[in-house]
Design a binder for this molecule. Structure first.
Ligand code: NAD
Length: 517
């Protein structure tokens, strides 16, 4: 492999010369089908990784269960201390791991490093949480009785994650799950195996040093088959799934049908609304980052832009000037703003969406194609032009408005009244992120209130993408209603027991029921 790649991999203790085992359950194993990790920037094969065979998956599930049985009795503050060490180990490799995210996923370096920072942040949060996962004492109506609400560890948590956040999404889940006393089994995206191997090496190093079974944070690399087997398994108490709406719909049904717990973080179709009084010097760069950042491959990417008629032409002029400044490049270079799409098939999805826009007579203001003049090795990368389009119709019921296309395509419409824009904002199936730009407090009240945005993330003078870990993260409607990361998200990673305890010499029934009468 190129020296560019081998420097990054060897800094993370990964030797790409041989085929790598893709299963960790206390020991590294893996003899199943071989997956290739392909660099989206150059097309280079970075490594070959053995996925889990069905038997290896079953063994990993069994080891995870055993690890849970051990780990649930470790006191929560002690679990927090282990998380603190994981946080330190991750922070020590922040730059190297961030570079691997750029190399394998394709996002630019500052975002790759930012993703590792997000894991560090949530680990910090969970260290604190490990001393604050409190239950409650509830007043009983019966004399001499107390009611406790007790959070206990839940069991085995499977984390199925998407390609676009190959480190942070696992970090959100692992940190809360570990603080809560669970064992976690991770099935990452099959196209980012190296990120998951590097993270698992760092985490397992800490577990092993502390005498904790490695299967507290296990790994099974594989594709759809491995994912399906995990989702169907009665050995998995909760499935935390991050990915597309189409797959999430299946996962939700299957887990529900066996009465397991499921947490869904699915697609977004996020809008920014710009009012006449908005500060455009803030709004224009924020929309630019939201739509072009990560080459449009964030669940929170800005895909729809609703402009008030009075500022629409000025806004678009300024936005187009920023688009004109973007050139594609190696995401590992500090000056690059636009990296590649993650896969070849993502390029086809982009091209298909542009073709459909053209067929519907949408105006293409900027972009709308692939780069033809890139020099080697970028000419083998998955680069597409960030696109701004003005569809002919504003009907949000049309596929071109209501479908998430995971690529840098921004669709624009012009409105006259805030109510109309909010209706468009809410008119699509997804409900992840949304953003309003205004200085008028009355608009803010409407936006965040009962008749406002129905998304899980409702920002004001902040773009749709780039959330912090402190609040619970997630979306409504077809985004799946899941909440991860901060806020009260931890409460899903425990099993709650309502315990009524009688300290009295009598055994009265609730509600004054007499039996026998
Ligand atoms: P995807 O749905 O193709 O894959 C997600 C995961 O599911 C992968 O690990 C994949 O191997 C696995 N999988 C595929 N078929 C399966 C099946 N039948 N049963 C079980 N598992 C299966 O998604 P992707 O292309 O990797 O990621 C992009 C999508 O993820 C976008 O829609 C994006 O919006 C969404 N996403 C959402 C969030 C969020 O927090 N809401 C965050 C990141 C990404």
């Amino acid at each position: 492999i190129s020296s560019r790649a081998s420097t990054i991999l060897s800094a993370l203790d990964i030797s790409p010369e041989k085929e790598l085992p893709g299963v960790y359950d206390g020991k590294w194993r893996g003899t199943g089908d071989v997956l290739e990790s392909v660099c989206p920037t150059t097309g280079e094969v970075l490594a070959r990784v053995h996925s889990a065979t069905p038997e290896e998956l079953q063994t990993a599930l069994q080891k995870t269960r055993e690890a849970y049985t051990f780990f649930r009795s470790v006191p929560a503050p002690r679990r927090g201390e282990i998380l603190r060490q994981i946080r330190e180990a991750l922070a020590a490799k922040r730059e190297e791991l961030g570079a691997l995210v750029s190399l394998e996923m394709g996002k630019i370096r500052t975002e790759g490093v930012g993703e590792v920072q997000e894991f560090v942040d949530i680990a910090d949060y969970a260290v604190g949480l490990s001393r604050m996962m409190n239950g409650r004492v509830v007043a009983s109506e019966r004399p001499g009785h107390s009611i406790l609400e007790v959070p206990n560890p839940l069991g085995v948590i499977a984390v199925l994650s998407a390609f676009n956040f190959p480190v942070a999404v696992y970090g959100w889940n692992l940190s809360l799950s570990l603080a809560a006393g669970n064992a976690t089994l991770w099935k990452p995206s099959p196209s980012t195996p190296l990120c998951s191997i590097a993270v698992t090496k760092i985490v397992s190093g800490v577990l092993e040093k502390n005498g904790i079974p490695g299967a507290v944070a296990g790994l099974v690399i594989g594709g759809k088959d491995v994912g399906e087997s995990i989702v169907e398994s009665q050995d998995v108490d909760m499935v935390s799934f991050t990915g597309s709406e189409a797959v999430g719909r299946q996962v939700g049904k299957v887990v529900q049908s066996r009465f397991g717990k499921v947490l869904l973080e699915l697609g977004g179709n996020n809008a920014s609304i710009v009012m006449p009084d908005a500060d455009l010097s803030m709004a224009v760069p924020a929309v630019f980052f939201g739509a072009v950042g990560t080459a449009g491959q964030r669940c929170t990417s800005t895909r729809r832009l609703y402009l008030h008629r009075s500022i629409a032409s000025e806004f678009l002029e300024r936005l187009q000037a920023l688009y004109a400044s973007v050139t594609p490049g190696d995401p590992l270079h500090a000056s690059t703003l636009l990296g590649p799409l993650h896969t070849r098939s993502a390029m086809d999805i982009y091209t298909g969406a542009i073709d459909r826009l053209r067929a519907a007579d949408a105006e293409i203001l900027v972009g709308g194609g692939q780069y033809t003049d890139l020099s080697s090795p970028l000419d083998r990368g998955n680069f597409v032009m960030p696109t701004i389009t003005v569809p002919k119709s504003t009907d949000v019921g049309l596929a071109l408005w209501k479908t998430e296309t995971f690529a840098p395509i921004l669709s624009v419409a012009v409105f006259d009244e805030l109510e109309e824009a909010v209706q468009w904002n809410n008119g699509v199936p997804q409900g992840l992120s949304s953003s309003l730009w205004t200085k008028d407090l009355r608009n803010v009240g409407k936006w965040i209130g009962p008749a406002g945005s129905d998304a899980g993330i409702v920002n004001v003078n902040v773009g749709t993408s780039g959330a912090e870990i402190g609040a619970a993260f997630g979306g409504n409607k077809s985004t799946g209603w899941g909440r991860e990361s901060g806020g009260d998200a931890w409460k899903q990673y425990v099993r709650w027991s309502a315990c009524t305890i009688n300290f009295s010499d009598d055994a009265p029934l609730a509600q004054g029921v007499q039996f026998p009468a």
